[in-house]
Write a protein that binds this ligand. Structure first.
Ligand code: SF4
Length: 205
C-alpha cells in the first residue's frame, strides 16, 4: 500500500477520509498541525482526540506539539476587522486563506521532509470551508515542496463521518477553531450585527 500523509484537523473529521483512503489502497499516516485552534485547553483536547482516533483505527500519528496562539494572531491580525467578522459566505473569511496556507503549507513541507511522496488533508471533508481555495493552496505548496497533492472531495461522506465519530466515542467540537470562529458561533451581539449587515445590504440592492 502506498503511504500518504494525512494532515488531520481533528479526530472526527479524520474518520471518513481515513476509511476512504484505505479503501482506495492507501496507508494513511496522520499529522496534526493546527495552530488555528484556541484556547489552549481546546487545542489540547483536539490533539488528544486526533491521537485517540489514530490509536483506535491503527494508523501512525505525528503531531506538532506546540500551541501557537501568538504566531497565529501575528499572521491574521491585519485582516481581522469588523467586515471580516460579519461578511461571510460559504464559511469563508479573509483570515481563513491565511490559516489554510499555514496548515497546508506545513503539511506539504512535513511530507517532503519525511519521505512521503503524497499528502492530503481532512480539511477537504469540511462543509464549512472554502474548498476551491484550499485546493489551489494545496496544489501550490505541493509544487513548491516537490510532493504530490491527492485531491478528493471527502464531503461526500459527511454523514458517514459523523456516524463513525459517534461510534468511536470521539469528542466533537462545535466551532471551527480560532477565537474569532468561536465568537461567530456563540455571540448574540455578533449574530444581530450580521443580521443587520445583510438586511442593510438587501435594502440597498
Ligand atoms: S474560521 Fe477556521 S479556517 Fe477560518 S481562520 Fe478560523 S480556524 Fe482557520
Amino acid at each position: 500500500m502506498e503511504k500518504i500523509l494525512l494532515h488531520m484537523c481533528c479526530g472526527p473529521c479524520s474518520c471518513y477520509p481515513t476509511k476512504k483512503l484505505r479503501a482506495e489502497g492507501f496507508e494513511p499516516v496522520g499529522y496534526f498541525f493546527n495552530p488555528n485552534i484556541h484556547p489552549h485547553q481546546e487545542w489540547r483536547l483536539r490533539l488528544r482526540t486526533a491521537r485517540e482516533f489514530s490509536e483506535k483505527v491503527g494508523i501512525k500519528f505525528f503531531a506538532d506539539n506546540h500551541y501557537r496562539l501568538r504566531e497565529y494572531l501575528a499572521k491574521v491580525w491585519s485582516v481581522v476587522d469588523e467586515a471580516d467578522t460579519i461578511q461571510f459566505g460559504d464559511g469563508f473569511h479573509r483570515r481563513c486563506g491565511i490559516c489554510y496556507a499555514w496548515r497546508l503549507g506545513e503539511a506539504a513541507r512535513f511530507a517532503a521532509e519525511n519521505n512521503f511522496e503524497i499528502f492530503t488533508s481532512t480539511l477537504f471533508y469540511s462543509r464549512h470551508q472554502n474548498h476551491a481555495l484550499m485546493k489551489k493552496i494545496a496544489e501550490h505548496f505541493a509544487e513548491k515542496f516537490g510532493v504530490k497533492f491527492f485531491y478528493e472531495d471527502f464531503r461526500a461522506g459527511w454523514q458517514e463521518g459523523i456516524d463513525l465519530s459517534l461510534e468511536l466515542g470521539l469528542y466533537r467540537q462545535n466551532y471551527c477553531g480560532c477565537l474569532f470562529s468561536e465568537e461567530e458561533r456563540f455571540s448574540n451581539d455578533l449574530r444581530k450585527a450580521r443580521k443587520k449587515f445583510f438586511a442593510d445590504r438587501q435594502s440597498r440592492a
